[in-house]
Design a protein around this ligand. Structure first.
Ligand code: SF4
Length: 889
């Protein structure tokens, strides 16, 4: 190497997506790009990354970024923008009271950002209305922990998954949503024969891998775990000594459980499972000491989510299987810093540092912060908060790092309500999110740093605090969220309390508050880090809390049987019988479930930039059972309208017996920026859990009807293109440009005319058979292919995989030019992408299996699919028997 060329510096940081919190090595190229690898030294992932983490390098470009402050749509200076925010907040507080101001935060924020926002609102502005999108993610788990343990404590750690003999996954598509943890579970199965039980109404990719799949009826988890508690008691599997010494409330909880599910047969009847499956599960759980029950959004996002969590915890308390290696209930958090938000008190029902609103706690935080306007009670949780916006009770709303106009239930109503706000502030990295597009009477957009630019900490599902470090320069005028908030605080006259020189200073204050007058009375104590010097903070390795000043860090809590209740005993909770918050009706006969796909994150503002990640699921879809589809005359790939009283979306039908008859599943990732008509959040009613306030996102009554269009097609362009209104479309990033799949009622002749108008002055090579409704064109600027389109009647919808490959070549060979026009490009397809890391399509994998690759390993050897991150292995494993059976027939 030339001695004058500096080797690129690799920065250790943390993945910004799910709650696994994988360590990432980022090596910037000095041109704004970055090479990504897994950090072999990070205890969450030991060097592995899933498809989303592996593609992080494709998401850091500056296109689409918000780079300058704007007030009412006009670019302005920071001075003017912050002056507008501070001036308006002061005026609104004076006129309507401070509780007319609300903050809506995000599990994507760093702990330091969260801490400063919470402090400003709850201590200085004096408004309790601070909630976060984590309300939609795991607030029911928080409530269940508090009811059972007296504190929001995740008792276990990831090593428990390595050391368990049975792992029960409840409402968790771990294979897609926490893929690296799922790899650890599969490793445990290979190493020690760990059995996987999956409890989920939908047979997901995780369910496909299960040793025992329990496909229960939606919302009946509490019946299953009530039946289990009764069974444990009836068969002598209860640890009577543990229950007597360390818990209270067992008899009441058992009595209620017996009223809900008194026997195996009653449990089967209440859940829709077979008696044999229920009995097998009960025997496995009761006969195995090392059991981890991991639960996630499927349990939490429910109008009875807190009870579901407590029904699970009851069974672990009854057997004393908590805080021990390989045993315990385990809440898997969805977002990278949902846990950090809980630590600082970024939920409306918390104050700070795991303190709530007992008078002594309020007084303690007031004295620590020297806060002039400390709040004394809970604020409104997300659903109620946005309803208060609609009622006009909230006059000012500051949204940071989240996209509620896509992700909140009844999202259309929320978009409408924003118009009435006197002040609407959005701190965002993205210029054109649906939330940034909305406007109040006064609208301020503040450019925030994105992943790779910001510096601070996040806490993952096992209480491990890791650093997110900056490795890219701040672009444009973007700033750290904490710095923006601190500047507003100064303008409001609170400069001294917000004079932070850097993120390390905020972290020290946060750590000091956690230890303040704690003396072992609160679980969250990181006092050992309260004096951490800047240099040590900069180099801090991942650490698990608690980490008190005196005493040691603990990987597991409650091993000593002492809990954070006043008497030190854990509480059994008598749960309610399961009931769906809303019953289906004749008009809305389906139960609509919503969730994630493997390769996209939330509202796609980052993963949508990656062509690899966009290839797996390129269009918004609805999963429906084949029997229901047949009854409604819907075929695979048809467009269908899914509607509820709150909104509707047009989605592509995917027929699968993975969903139960009468159920639908749709993904919430698509927004108005990425599709014409696919904001699934708008359909969801979102009845809140009465304890946690977490809205039900898994069971909204819905209708489905065919949405026939005359023609379907695709259009590949170098720059993004938005079709005329009336067309259905979905946009995906493709190599070399942007891809649209669309449907239209227009004739092929009209589409041809539109293309000629759009690409006037360029060379159009065209094929048209208007009598049959077929039209194809390729648009050239000299030798350069700038666009290509294929259109056909809906029944003969053209596939785009091969055309995408031709489009990736800027100047296609003559054979490719001919293929684009002849239609051969549509048939010579590799099929939809299965392996995002190596870009291997379904048809290729099917082909190698048909040619003799009889195992996941053999498929990997033949075509590389599944050999990198492994996120696609469940899909390959599912394909194997199907193709082998087809071959044998
Ligand atoms: Fe990121 Fe994937 Fe790890 Fe989650 S599992 S933190 S998305 S790399």
């Amino acid at each position: 190497m030339n001695a004058h060329v500096q080797a690129p510096t690799t920065v250790k940081t943390t993945c910004p997506y799910c709650g696994v919190g994988c360590g990432v090595l980022a090596t910037p190229d000095g041109q704004g790009g970055v090479a990504i690898a897994g950090d072999t030294g990070h205890p969450a992932n030991f060097g592995r990354l899933c498809s989303k983490g592996s593609a992080l390098g494709e998401t850091v470009s500056l296109d689409g970024r918000l780079l300058h402050p704007h007030v009412d749509g006009a670019r302005t200076s920071w001075e003017a923008a912050l002056g507008t925010v501070a001036g308006s907040l002061r005026k609104i507080a004076e006129q309507h009271g401070p509780d007319s101001i609300a903050f809506y935060l995000s599990g994507q924020l760093l702990t330091e950002d969260y801490y400063v926002a919470n402090k400003l609102a709850k201590g200085f502005l004096g408004t309790p209305h601070v909630d976060t999108n984590s309300r939609l993610c795991m607030s029911s788990a928080v409530a269940a922990h508090r009811r059972a343990f007296g504190s929001d404590t995740v008792p276990g750690c990831y090593e428990d998954l390595d050391e368990a003999d049975v792992i029960v996954l409840v409402g968790s598509n771990t294979a897609w949503c926490h893929p690296i943890l799922f790899r650890r579970m599969i490793d445990a199965r290979q190493k020690r024969g760990t059995k996987l039980v999956v409890v989920d109404p939908r047979r997901t990719q995780t369910g496909e891998e299960a040793d025992l799949f329990l496909g229960l009826e939606p919302g009946t988890d509490t019946a299953l775990f009530s039946g289990l508690l009764v069974h444990l008691a009836a068969t002598g599997a209860v640890d009577a000594r543990y229950v007597a010494d360390h818990t209270s409330g067992f008899d009441g909880a058992l009595e209620r459980a017996a009223a809900i599910a008194p026997s195996v047969a009653a449990t089967a009847a209440a859940t829709g499972l077979s008696e044999a499956d229920v009995a097998a599960f009960f025997a496995l759980f009761s006969g195995t000491e090392r059991v981890v029950t991991a639960f996630s959004q499927g349990a939490n996002q429910s109008a009875q989510g807190t009870d579901k969590g407590n029904a699970i915890i009851n069974c672990h308390l009854a057997t004393g299987r908590i805080g021990r290696p390989g045993a315990g209930p385990f809440s898997l958090t969805g977002q990278p810093n949902a846990m950090g938000g809980r630590e600082v008190g970024g939920l409306a029902n918390m104050l700070a540092a795991h303190m709530h609103f007992a008078p002594e706690e309020v007084d303690r935080v007031r004295r620590f912060w020297k806060a002039p306007n400390i709040i004394t009670g809970e604020g409104m949780k997300a659903v109620a908060l946005f309803e208060a916006v609609a009622r006009g009770k909230i006059k000012a709303l500051w949204v940071m790092g989240t996209n509620p106009i896509v992700s909140m239930p009844r999202a259309d109503a929320i978009r409408e309500s924003i118009k009435g706000l006197d002040l609407y502030v959005v701190s965002e990295a993205v210029a054109d999110s649906d939330t940034a597009r909305a406007t109040g009477k006064k609208t301020v957009l503040l450019p925030a740093l994105a992943w790779g630019e910001k510096d601070g900490t996040v806490t993952n599902s096992e209480r491990r605090i890791s650093r997110q470090r900056a490795f890219l320069k701040p672009p444009g005028e973007a700033r750290a969220d904490w710095a923006i908030i601190a500047d507003v605080a100064k303008r409001l006259g609170h400069g001294a309390a917000f004079a932070y020189p850097n993120a390390a200073a905020i972290f020290r204050e946060h750590a000091a508050l956690s230890a303040y007058e704690n003396n072992g009375t609160r679980d969250f104590d990181i006092g050992g880090l309260a004096d951490i010097p800047d240099a040590t903070y900069a180099g801090t390795l991942p650490l698990q809390w608690p980490l008190p000043k005196r005493g040691k860090a603990k990987a597991r809590l409650f091993a000593d049987g002492r809990f954070y209740t006043f008497d030190g005993r854990a509480r059994f909770v008598a749960v309610q019988a399961p009931a769906l918050a809303q019953a289906v009706t004749e008009a809305e006969p389906f139960v609509l479930n919503t969730g994630r796909v493997r390769d996209h994150w939330h509202t796609m503002t980052r993963t949508g930039k990656s062509q690899r990640l966009s290839a797996h699921r390129a269009v918004p879809f609805v999963e429906i059972h084949p029997d229901d589809a047949a009854r409604l005359g819907v075929q695979e790939g048809d467009l269908a309208r899914v509607s509820t009283p709150h909104g509707s979306a047009i989605l592509e039908a995917m027929l699968t017996d993975g969903v139960r008859r009468g159920n639908l599943f749709a993904s919430f990732h698509w927004s108005d920026a990425t599709a014409s008509d696919a904001r699934v959040g708008a359909l969801v009613r979102g009845v809140p859990d009465p304890v946690s306030g977490q809205p039900e996102l898994k069971a909204t009554p819905a209708a489905l009807t065919p949405a026939p269009y005359r023609n379907r097609g695709f259009l590949l362009t170098r720059a993004e293109y938005t079709p005329p209104s009336g067309w259905w479309w979905a946009r995906a990033t493709v190599e070399g440009g942007s891809g649209l799949q669309f449907a239209t009622q227009e004739s092929s002749r009209a589409v041809a005319l539109a293309m000629r108008g759009l690409f006037q002055g360029l060379e159009l090579a065209e094929y048209a058979d208007h009598a049959r409704g077929h039209y194809r064109c390729a648009v050239y600027d000299g030798a350069r292919l700038v666009a290509c389109l294929a259109l056909a009647p809906s029944a003969a919808k053209p596939g785009w995989e091969a055309a995408k490959a031709y489009f990736a070549q800027a100047e296609p060979e003559p054979a490719a030019r001919r293929a684009l026009l002849s239609g051969r490009a549509e048939s010579a397809s590799a099929g939809p992408t299965v392996c995002a890391c190596h870009g291997v399509g379904l048809d290729v994998i099917t082909g190698v299996i048909a040619a003799g690759a009889g195992s996941v390993e053999a498929v990997g050897a033949a075509c590389k699919a599944g050999t990198n991150c492994g996120s696609c292995i469940p899909e390959i494993r599912k394909l194997l028997p199907q193709v082998l059976a087809r071959n044998a027939a």
